[in-house]
Design a protein around this ligand. Sequence first.
Ligand SMILES: Cc1ncc(COP(=O)(O)O)c(C=O)c1O
Length: 408
Amino acid sequence: MDETTVDNHLYAELWSASARAWNTPAAEPSGRPRPSLISFTYGLPDAATFPSEELTGAASLVLREHAATALQYGSIHGSHRLIAALIHKLKDDEGLDLDPNQVMITNGSSGALSQVARVLLDPGDYMVAEAPSFLGAVNSFRRAQAQIIEVPLDSDGIRIDALEHALRAAHAAGRRVKFLYVMPNYQNPSGVTLSFPRRHDLLDLAAEYRTLILEDDAYRDIRFEGDALPSLFGIDALGDIRGHVIRTGTFSKILAAGLRLGWVIAPEPIIRKLAAFKDDGGTSPFSSAIAAAYIEAGELGPHIEQLQQHYKRKRDAMLRALRQHFPPSVSWSEPVGGFFIWLTLPDHLDARTLLPIAHEEGVDYLPGAACFASDSGSNNIRLAYSQPSLDDIEEGIKRLGRVLTASL
Ligand SMILES: Cc1ncc(COP(=O)(O)O)c(C=O)c1O
């Protein structure tokens, strides 16, 4: 089995383990009722937050007034109205001055990430990913047959010393690294945020080694405390416009994942190249028109503020429950935004082996091994607090605490 097969196999196994857990009978053989499963596995947005009433209003408006364009094929770059609304938001939030030619609307940010992988990576190309990283993106890089160099994180984000070492080694081997794939804010899965000084160090290293940065900022607006740090794209663009950064974003976490709307912003030549290989009749013109109408009505800003409060309560509930119910030999990240907390168990524990026991107790999670391109992370767990209710967070962490305490 090659590496890709191993990984797909692992993922398939995890999926089927979870599916089995969801489908198990309501009672154990002993007759004891089996607790209903509480899942911390997937970082799904909480469906209770979807602004369906406001979107109904936006959809009616679109059908009444813009049906001819909203129901037609669209431009390859995406809806002009949505691009204009997005440029306005990024100017208001971050002071970015973007030209519409620097923006492309995509099928979620997954669409942007896989388009970047398809267009920029040739088989055998070197690229860097954080370890751990977002498996969805890593799979796109794998499908493009890239050589993924993993660089570890610490509590301030990607380790600059290890990155420099990796870039120097690639350079010494006569290889240029195509891009560095990083999630600076509330990283998936670790929850860590790249510190301000490291953002500058990262940009300097990218310039020195002539590599691009692929900045995945999916969780940027789901911030619980403190000021937002400038994005790598923002620092690059507001500085001497070196043009090293491709940044992806999404409406999935701040509006509705089912709209399937994300974006990529980058220097114009890169957008032109990405667009040249996009042949889908335009990304979701109808969804785009609805989202544009929603944003133009001034609904998005207040909605994001509510989401920040909503997910902060969930983050707080999970941290509180972890402190109360977990053995002291387990440690965890304390994210200031996003959907995830990353657990580190004692070395001798394997989160994959514990998963069936957790299912018996009625709790499901993502074993950390699924988040590495290499064979690492056996003693890590990713917990998503975005979807379960506050009560389920408390109860699920209590159950998982029991499993871990019993296995020590
Ligand atoms: C870090 C990160 N990037 C990108 C995505 C893709 O989301 P979407 O395609 O819905 O924008 C996700 C989804 O969970 C994610 O966690």
